[in-house]
Design a protein around this ligand. Sequence first.
Ligand code: DX5
Ligand code: ZN
Length: 212
Amino acid sequence: MLVAPSILSADFGKLNDEIIAICEAGCDLVHVDVMDGHFVPNLTIGPVVVDAVAKVATKPLDIHLMVENNSFFVDLFSHLKPEYISFHIEQEKHPHRLIQKIRSLDIKPAIVLNPHSRPEDIEYLLQDLDMVLLMSVNPGFGGQKFISTVVEKTKKLKSLINQHNPDCLIEIDGGVNNQNITALKEAGANIVVAGSYVYGSDNYKEAIESLK
Ligand code: DX5
Ligand code: ZN
């Protein structure tokens, strides 16, 4: 299991140290939640802070867009060469075009599904994706309760992925902890995002290792 701590739950008063700490603690990716106050009822960080994060991170960035204008934000972050940029299917009229754009920038494209969205809705996009991110909370905030129906949904998605693009990874985001990790792994998850579970612990290394 790969682990991508969400820096949303970090102490922003010492963000540099918090980024260095998770990288040294053995995380695989640094999950960056970008919210615009329109697609979700919260605002987080923009290009100035994400640039600063990229400067200190020694692990690849996993940028999760929760914004209205996806293409605009892809342009803002493409120079950082993140490993993934993921965008919400609920907010994109031309997902295939945006996937092509992200790939043309040498970044791996990923699509995010909110808790109500169906894996079948992206069946014909799977062959063009490197990853699908399933939300296991409603996007907008860290520290929410895990929505357990995502386990069943992960199994459905895994079976579609096996048919169309076995290399495509599944990432789960929201309320992940050491209680639900085994069910997610068995259902087919490859990467978990964990914000409050990692940053709320006394020992980041132990928290990351317990998920792995
Ligand atoms: C929610 C974000 C998540 C969140 C995860 O909109 O996408 O990445 O920060 O935090 P936890 O792990 O605390 O649910
Ligand atoms: Zn996220």
